[in-house]
Design a protein around this ligand. Structure first.
Ligand SMILES: Nc1ncnc2c1ncn2[C@@H]1O[C@H](COP(=O)(O)OP(=O)(O)OP(=O)(O)O)[C@@H](O)[C@H]1O
Ligand SMILES: [Mg+2]
Length: 434
């Protein structure tokens, strides 16, 4: 049972997935004109790796998806290049992934992206030779365990002239697949002719690599391989300063643009975020019901420090919780119900956290909030500690309680690698009510 269907929506308006690279995503993107412009410029003015630095959930992936979709759409309408195509999948680098495995994963996603766009590309004069064979191969039991999403190619509406296609059975080796996809890329994006165009692939969550050094080493390992493939462009996204740390590597100098810094969508647009979603997901215009008013969503947005994903997530949880009881109908009832819920959540939060942290850790937390929620290990003296190891004990307690998140960068102790999480901001709000 989907409560949002009952309330007159096609799906939850509080979905926390990145905005998709299509018209829907574009319609939902709020107030990112300047950043879109900056990203488009960064992509089309050089063939470098493009980087984005911003907290988790502020909208990095969504921004790339929409910027690239707009560039693709412009090209389809005008025929004027360069041609950029948003890749259907996102990627992550782990510390132990082998380049060959990563290349396979990327080419699989590239094939699916091109096949999905096959009709539009054909209309612009690009033909995907052996497309039918690749579709069959992607759907064959031989590689069915390879990618959970291969079935999408069944629904692509790509014209498959199977009789003239190469046999995609067991004999159609992975190497054949690779060659075909690489040929597609160099046909569509001939080297030197369309230097800046390409399928735009997002490498997400670079901070999971923990240190700038590991991230740098991984990027350097891939630098002349998949990052240099004709027809592929890369946007690397990360938080906690990891992209800034990587961009300073001399070996990557000249190959990587300095990061675009992305902050949360400004507070004054919080209501727009909700309204655009209501409009988009209502089954009948103005007929949807939500137990939350715009002002309450705005309040959540502020408490959660302008973090779109977290605000949406809290609002969704509120809706689900309240759906079990008598639904508030008037604006006043909604307000009352919301604040009752919020107060209850706050009390529960304080109870849960206080069993996990000592009073000194709480003091440290309050000081971190005063520093706008971020600090670097080298700031220990500001916090009244003699050295970092003594302070680290308390940071660990805060981490266990989910109030902060940190990564350790041994190579740069000044980097702000300790950040207050969404739960931390919520806890901060909760203690402010006491
Ligand atoms: N400008 C925007 N307008 C409206 N909604 C947005 C905007 N930017 C992001 N969102 C929404 O915020 C949520 C987080 O976006 P997204 O996944 O792009 O963030 P992210 O920075 O890539 O996160 P992560 O650090 O986890 O990779 C998504 O639900 C997305 O729909
Ligand atoms: Mg992302």
């Amino acid at each position: 049972m989907n409560i949002f269907h009952e309330w007159g929506f096609t799906e939850t308006p509080f979905k926390t997935h990145p905005l998709p690279a299509d018209e829907n995503g574009k319609a939902l993107l709020v107030n990112r004109k300047n950043e879109i412009k900056q990203l488009k410029k960064s992509l089309s003015s050089s063939s470098n790796l493009v980087t984005i630095e911003g907290d988790n959930g502020v909208g990095k992936t969504s921004l790339v998806n929409i910027a690239v979709y707009e560039m693709f759409d412009d090209y389809l309408r005008t025929g004027v290049g360069p041609l950029f195509i948003p890749c259907d999948a996102r990627f992550q680098l782990s510390a132990d992934i082998e380049p060959e495995d990563f290349i396979d994963e990327v080419l699989m996603a590239v094939a699916q992206t091109l096949l999905k766009r096959g009709k539009e590309l054909k209309d612009r004069g690009f033909y995907l030779e052996n497309g039918g064979a690749i579709i069959k191969w992607l759907n064959s039991p031989l590689i069915n365990g390879y990618s959970g999403s291969v079935n999408i190619v069944k629904h692509l509406g790509f014209g498959v002239g199977t009789t003239q296609q190469a046999n995609p059975g067991a004999g159609f080796l992975k190497s054949g697949f690779k060659t075909t996809v690489l040929n597609w890329l160099s046909d569509i994006f001939p080297p030197y002719e369309s230097l800046d165009g390409g399928i735009v692939c997002i490498l997400d969550n670079m901070e999971l690599l923990q240190t700038s050094q590991i991230a740098r080493e991984q990027i350097e390992r891939f630098r002349d391989k998949v990052f240099a493939f004709t027809g592929l462009r890369w946007v690397l996204c990360g938080s906690m300063g990891i992209m800034r740390g990587v961009a300073s590597s001399p070996r990557l100098h000249g190959r990587m643009n300095m990061p675009i810094n992305l902050c949360g969508v400004d507070f004054k647009y919080a209501i727009d975020i909700l309204l655009t979603r209501i409009k988009r997901f209502e089954i009948v215009e103005d007929k949807g019901y939500l137990p939350i008013n715009c002002q309450e969503f705005e309040h959540l947005y502020k408490i959660l420090h302008n973090n779109t994903r977290n605000a949406l997530n809290y609002a969704n949880n509120y809706c689900l919780d309240v759906s079990d009881s008598n639904l508030p109908l008037t604006n006043e009832e909604k307000r009352e119900t919301f604040y009752k819920w919020l107060n209850y959540q706050s009390k529960e939060k304080i109870k849960a956290v206080m069993t996990l942290i000592k009073p000194r850790a709480l003091e440290v937390f309050k000081q971190i909030i005063e520093c706008n929620g971020e600090l670097s290990p080298s700031d220990y003296d500001i916090f009244g500690f003699k050295n970092w190891p003594t302070m680290r004990r308390y940071i660990s307690q805060l981490e266990v309680a989910g109030l902060v998140t940190s990564i350790i960068d041994e190579s740069d102790k000044r980097r702000k690698t300790i950040l207050v999480t969404a739960e931390g901001w919520f806890f901060n709000y909760s203690i402010s009510l006491q």
